[in-house]
Design a protein around this ligand. Structure first.
Ligand code: UD1
Length: 364
């Protein structure tokens, strides 16, 4: 059974790692790893392979950055011959990035079975490029693996038949649980002088937050107040860095002694940083899930989430990007002392094993 596994951007790597591990129990599976090259530098890509123990990609399509249309098209053009050459039984795509939909389309059009891991999530906000990628990938997938019940419900509402849908848990959490002990050995807290200190962690990269100067300004204004109370550790995404320093906001940020800008961190350092934080502010999808498991309060700087289970069971608060709302939510969670969060169902480190058990059924 030949399986082509697709990765492209940073959040894909922690999702594919546990699958590559789980295949090892099935000698008749031949997994091949295809990297589209959507993220390409060491800090956004290479080092995650090393830290997560992912084998080197069998093929790298090396598409790099471009507009959405060009990037998606280039991935499709480069992936089609790979599918034709390898004639896989299944193509697996994860998450919601441009690589997900591009390779999904190629699989569907070349008649190869397509499996989507992290299917069914919906923010119901079609201005998000990821929402378009999710809806389209799910519509053409043969097997849809969901992390939470809302994903199952959304797919059924879109008319996808029951036998294609599997609630399996969360592969990103498989990676987190596997690497937590190792992460605790990271020296990041010493390196940043944070041991025994209360601190906040911030990540921002959504175009809706960092491409709009007014919205970005609102967030920076909230940070200015917060950084007087706790240090804010801000590993900065390349898109965000470019936008911050090409405007006056960069000068404002430089004048905040409590706002600590860093290059993007590796997986283990970042996990350790999250685990000991007093509060996390983010617009990432994956970090909402990771903080839910770590039971760290998370303020999501968006007006919606495609991961409602993190709010229902976990520590996630949907706050938006308005200065006053951010500050009110921040003060609320800092004053809460009974943080009674629960782990969402099936987020137990076994999602990849469940997926592979289902995948091999037609290939006993
Ligand atoms: C992409 C995903 C987003 C995901 C995010 C995680 C889509 C539509 N978006 O957004 O869902 O949450 O990845 O980071 O697929 N760059 C580098 N080095 C790299 C890669 C990019 O410096 O290795 C810079 C380039 O200047 C590029 C910019 O970062 O223009 C943005 O990268 P891109 O892949 O276009 O989108 P992300 O914002 O990272």
């Amino acid at each position: 059974m030949k399986i082509l596994n697709v990765v492209g951007a940073r959040p894909n790597f922690m999702k594919i790692a546990p699958l590559m591990d789980a295949y090892k129990s099935y000698p008749h599976i031949e997994p091949l790893l295809i990297h589209t090259g959507q993220h390409y530098d060491n800090i956004m890509s290479e080092r995650f392979f090393e830290e997560l123990g992912i084998p080197q990609p069998d093929v790298n399509l090396q598409v790099g950055s471009a507009s959405h249309a060009v990037q998606t098209a280039e991935i499709m053009k480069a992936f089609e011959p790979v599918v034709q050459r390898h004639k896989p039984d299944v193509v697996i795509v994860v998450g919601d990035v441009n690589s997900t939909i591009a390779c999904g389309l190629v699989a569907a059009k070349t008649g190869v079975k397509l499996a989507h891991v992290e299917a069914g999530l919906r923010s119901f906000d079609r201005t998000m490029p990821e929402e378009i990628n999710r809806i389209l990938t799910d519509a053409i997938s043969d097997m849809l693996f969901c992390t939470e019940q809302s994903g199952v419900d959304n797919l059924k509402n879109e008319g996808i038949s029951d036998e294609k849908i599997h609630l399996v848990g969360n592969v990103m959490i498989d990676s987190l649980l596997k690497h937590l002990n190792k992460a605790q050995k990271s020296s990041i807290l010493e390196r940043l002088n944070l041991q025994g200190q209360k601190y906040a962690v911030l990540t921002l990269h959504r175009p809706s937050n960092v491409d709009d100067q007014h919205i970005f300004q609102d967030i920076i204004t909230a940070l200015d107040t917060m950084q007087k109370e706790v240090p804010i550790i801000f590993p900065i995404h390349p898109r965000t860095k470019k936008n911050l320093f090409s405007s006056a906001l960069g000068d404002q940020a430089k004048k905040m002694p409590g706002l600590k800008l860093l290059d993007p961190l590796g997986y283990l350092d970042f996990l350790q940083l999250l685990s000991s934080a007093a509060v996390v502010l983010t617009d990432s999808g994956g970090i909402q899930e990771e903080t839910a498991i770590l039971k760290i309060p998370c303020l999501t700087l968006r007006d919606n989430t495609e991961r409602p289970v993190t709010v229902k069971y976990g520590s996630n608060h949907i706050v938006g990007a308005d200065t006053d709302r951010i500050l009110a939510a921040y003060h609320n969670v800092m004053n809460e002392d009974n943080l009674n969060y629960q782990v969402p169902p099936l987020w137990d480190g076994q999602a990849a094993v469940r997926i592979v058990n289902i995948l091999v059924k037609p290939f006993p």
